[in-house]
Design a protein around this ligand. Structure first.
Ligand code: MN
Ligand code: MN
Length: 461
């Protein structure tokens, strides 16, 4: 055997989906990306993602489930948790004590929330005060068109849903930035300090209500809100309103290989996980797709991944099918479906190239996340990785391993550890992202599709 043949035989070689999977798969990937972009545009908040996902689930024959309901093999169910997180499951033909196959993604994304007393006027401009949600780089959110999404629950208990800035004819909102002519001192500041949180005030109006002796612009804005939604200023006290980028998902590049959009993290995993479960007919395994809220703020609260609703649902499923919940959990397997960072040649100093995912080289399997010495990581076992690896190879799925940057550089985590804590084999599998958490992130279409193919194969394995 000559050296080239020996290298071929012995060395690991990362290849792109284009090289490895062939043209037919690439064509399918580009087609799969079209409805994904529509999903992104329709689901910019977790509430909207739940609404849209339920519509899709109902169309696929899923029915609402209440805790304690009876379940039958082949049955397709969804549990809507407070309109903010969603659990879809299909009952398989195998005994429930053989475990549940779980794909768990999150549907919240970093953004800017309104404070509870948001409205004020200064120098003839009306603004909303805000409090950002998740890990944003604040300087990225100024001087760009923004949309307002959310819900207002009024004093009388009725609620109104708000979505302004998405239609071409809608107005948008805006956060002021400093002109370069006067930005010399500010320009010397570190990026993280140049735009402090209390400067993220959203501009909402400039026209006065004629005749008012003070707060005339605020009054005019409030009168328009009263006209449209029937709300008074105190109704903001019981509202959840968020500001998100107003832009729609678009292709990037002459070759259209990538998608630029808000909220790829983590809808780029939520969408293929959802689609993989919606496409199932009478599976052998019982499967579940989790679309969790609050991942970007540590997965706490009753709609986050740490909520008891998740083990409660597994327990109820086990009981309804005559299984021991502890046995069901021990036999279950989970893909924590979340994004990883893609290697970015503009910032080589923070990545370790041999162990970072490359765009278009397939879905990323991350054995561990965490920070520094693997702090707070779910470190998946070699045995589970080995099982998954052979499952993916058998199904021709293009995949790669990855981790979040250089060892001492920073880090991050996902919902994996919370599911692992329940005695469920769990590992992170997702799509590599460029500019993660930016108002406009980038992903590769072929990676999105390999994620979908990986979820389908996993649910059947
Ligand atoms: Mn994420
Ligand atoms: Mn994130």
């Amino acid at each position: 055997m000559n050296a080239t043949e020996l290298q071929e035989k012995l060395f690991y070689k990362k290849q792109s989906v284009y090289e490895k999977a062939g043209e037919a798969i690439v064509a399918e990937a580009y087609a799969f990306a079209e409805p994904y972009k529509e999903y992104l545009d329709a689901a910019k908040t977790e509430r909207e993602a739940v609404t849209v996902s339920i519509e899709m689930a109902r169309a696929a024959g899923f029915i609402p489930y209440k805790l304690g309901d009876a379940l039958v093999a082949g049955g397709k169910y969804y549990y809507n948790n407070r309109d903010k997180s969603l659990y879809l499951f299909v009952i398989g033909t195998r005994p429930i004590e053989e475990g549940v196959r779980i794909a768990a993604a999150h549907i919240d994304s970093p953004r800017i929330d309104l404070k509870q007393c948001p409205l004020y006027e200064e120098a003839g401009m009306a603004f909303f005060k805000t409090h950002y949600y998740g890990g944003i780089r604040k300087y990225q959110w100024v001087a760009t068109p923004l949309a307002l999404h959310g819900v207002i629950v009024k004093k009388d208990g009725t609620s109104v849903t708000v979505a302004i800035g998405e239609d071409e004819k809608d107005p948008v909102f805006y956060i002021n930035d400093l002109l370069p002519h006067l930005g010399h001192e500010m320009g010397k500041k570190p990026l993280d300090e140049a735009i402090p949180g209390e400067k993220l005030n959203v501009l909402i109006g400039n026209r006065p209500y004629i005749g008012a002796d003070k707060d005339a612009v605020k009054l005019n804005a409030m009168s328009l809100l009263y006209e449209k939604y029937g709300i008074t200023e105190d109704d903001f006290l019981s509202a959840e309103l968020s500001v998100v980028p107003a832009a729609k998902a678009r292709d990037i590049g002459f070759d259209r290989a990538l998608i630029a959009a808000y909220g790829h993290d983590d809808r780029v995993c939520a969408y293929p996980a959802l689609m993989s479960v919606l496409g199932l007919e009478a599976p052998e395994n019982t499967v579940m797709c989790v679309l969790a809220d609050k991942e970007e703020t540590s997965s706490v609260g009753n709609t986050g991944m740490q909520s008891y609703i998740f083990p409660d649902l597994l327990t109820e499923i086990a009981k309804a099918l005559g299984g021991n919940p502890a046995v069901v959990r021990a036999a279950s397997r989970c893909l924590s479906a979340d994004v990883s960072c893609a290697y970015d040649p503009n910032f080589p100093e923070v990545f370790e190239k041999r162990n970072t995912a490359l765009l278009s080289c397939g879905v990323v399997l991350m054995k561990y996340t965490g920070a520094r010495g693997k702090s707070a990581t779910n470190d998946a076992s070699a045995e589970y990785l080995g099982w998954l690896r052979s499952m993916m190879e058998k199904n021709g799925i293009v995949w790669q391993s990855g981790e979040l940057g250089r060892v001492d550089c920073g880090g991050g985590s996902t919902v994996a550890k919370f599911i692992g804590n329940l005695n469920i084999d769990t590992v992170d599998l997702g799509v590599p992202v460029i500019s993660m958490h930016a108002p406009c992130e980038a992903i590769a279409k072929v990676d999105l599709y390999e994620a979908y193919r990986a979820f389908v194969a996993f649910l059947h394995a």
